[in-house]
Design a protein around this ligand. Structure first.
Ligand SMILES: NC(=O)c1ccc[n+]([C@@H]2O[C@H](COP(=O)([O-])OP(=O)(O)OC[C@H]3O[C@@H](n4cnc5c(N)ncnc54)[C@H](OP(=O)(O)O)[C@@H]3O)[C@@H](O)[C@H]2O)c1
Length: 441
């Protein structure tokens, strides 16, 4: 047996307690396969007396995670506190400076400070591993850093936020409103009391930033990602998508184009017969298109104590075996500066939903504005408003605004945006047009 690998774990919440549970459950198996024991020497959390469902006897307690990060006798500092500043950042920096390997699940910290932390890890000759930071149990960081390292990635995209996928799936399957399903997600613990970070697309953007750096060898400032959340998706969109043989998914997408990298988070229409459309509930997936390996789709649990602990443990095992890779595959100093593709140049088809006022010539004016920008339409459907429960069916055009759904042929984002702006300015619609990109899969 080799020397044991010693850990200091900061953060004993969902993931931290999950990791202790895993290490306890599989201790004999891990010792056998690695030829060395993994020993937890120190832990830190905010509240010492809290019951965590795991044995903490014989493990030294640290009130201050920075002290744990630099404690003698600790080989690996495991940061499971969360947040892009405060104790998480301070303790990770302290650990790297003290030449300790670091394992973290913290996408917010890495999306903001990943490059500086990677440089610090490289300078000190230690690992900075973060498999659990993207898509929970799905081994996407290792897939990019190791399995696909000999490829050029052309596109990477995925469902990276379980909360959003849960909400969109329930809206579709149970014909419920966004607000109603969000309340259920909060009650089940899938969504935070303040859900903005998830439903606004920011959590997906953090994960996409890490995937973009690894896939394309580039730095990417988090504020350079175009972000749209799912708050504006209504039951009418879900219903229209269903009739058009699409499903709506919140995707993080990064594509290498001739003019730069297009990195965006947005609700997308995906064909019902695509594999990604089948990914429902809190499940995550990541699709990678690369030149030699072709198209890969990885699907699995994106969060939760066990799934995330599994990913954290896999990073610890790499260190135990002595497998060290630069955090972003190549030295951080060699990563290219980010060149952002103009979203206006994005080419694709679009779904548009309009609330058209009952005015003479409204439809002709809409068609003209689309024609002015050379946007050609594949279909245009005036939808019957849903009958109120128990009430009579309504005829289209009876009174209030009519819902009109358009699907365009391939056009540019600039053209469709200009056409919709002109339609709004004409005063023929009662609300801002809804526009959703149809993803080419
Ligand atoms: N939950 C998931 O499914 C999941 C999935 C992927 C990635 N992650 C990432 O994993 C990390 C941890 O998430 P989590 O869900 O486990 O969070 P959590 O349940 O909220 O746990 C956070 C832990 O950090 C401790 N903590 C807070 N402030 C501290 C401080 N100043 N000093 C020491 N400890 C402190 C808390 O202590 P107390 O317990 O005493 O309050 C708690 O144990 C985050 O970066 C998150 O983004 C989570």
């Amino acid at each position: 047996m080799k020397e044991p690998l010693t850990l200091g774990i900061a953060g004993l919440g969902t993931v931290g307690a999950g990791l202790l549970h895993l290490l306890e459950t599989h201790a004999p198996h891990l010792a056998e396969t690695l030829g060395r024991q993994i020993e937890v020497k120190g832990v830190s959390a905010r509240t010492r007396g809290k019951s965590r469902g795991v044995a903490l006897d014989n493990i030294k307690w640290f009130d201050d995670p920075v002290k744990l990060a630099t404690a003698p006798g600790i080989d690996v500092f495991v940061e499971l506190i969360g947040g892009d500043e405060g104790p998480a950042r301070a303790s990770v920096e302290a650990a790297l400076n003290a030449k300790k390997h670091v394992v973290t699940a913290n996408k917010a910290l890495l999306a903001r400070h990943g490059m500086e932390l990677a440089r610090l890890a490289e300078k000190n000759g230690v690992a900075l591993n973060f498999e659990a930071a993207v898509a929970g149990a799905i081994p996407v960081i290792k897939t990019l850093r190791e399995s696909l390292a000999a490829n050029r990635v052309r596109r990477i995209y995925g469902i990276l936020n379980g909360t959003c996928n849960f909400i969109l799936t329930k809206m579709e399957q149970e014909h419920r409103s966004f607000e109603d399903v969000l309340k259920e997600a909060q009650a089940k613990g899938y969504a935070e009391a303040d859900p903005t970070f998830d439903i606004g697309g920011f959590d997906t953007a953090h994960k996409l930033a890490l995937l973009t750096s690894l896939a394309f060898g580039t730095k990417i400032p988090i504020d350079q990602i175009h972000v749209e959340g799912i708050q504006s998706i209504t039951a009418a969109d879900i219903e229209a998508a269903d009739e058009l043989d699409f499903r709506i998914k919140l995707l993080g997408v990064a594509i290498e184009t001739e003019s730069g990298i297009e990195a965006r988070v947005n609700p997308s229409m995906v064909p019902k017969d695509s594999a990604i459309a089948e990914v429902s509930g809190v499940t995550n997936c990541v699709a990678i298109d690369s030149d030699f390996a072709g198209n890969l789709l990885l699907v699995g649990p994106g969060a939760g104590a066990k799934a995330t602990a599994s990913a954290v443990a896999s990073d610890i095992l790499d260190i135990a075996r002595g497998d060290l890779i630069a955090p972003f595959m190549m030295p951080a100093s060699k990563l290219k500066p980010y060149k952002r593709a103009r979203l206006g140049q994005h080419q694709g088809a679009y779904y548009v939903r309009l609330s058209v006022l009952d005015k003479p010539g409204a439809m002709a004016a809409i068609a003209k504005r689309m024609g002015d920008r050379e946007v050609s339409l594949e279909s245009i459907v005036q939808r019957r408003p849903r009958a109120a429960a128990g009430g009579p069916e309504q005829r289209p055009g009876a009174g209030g605004p009519a819902t009109v759904v358009l699907v365009t042929h391939e056009t540019t984002e600039e053209a469709i945006r200009k056409a919709l702006e002109a339609i709004e300015n004409d005063g023929k619609v009662a609300a801002r047009p809804q526009m959703i990109r149809i993803e080419q899969l």
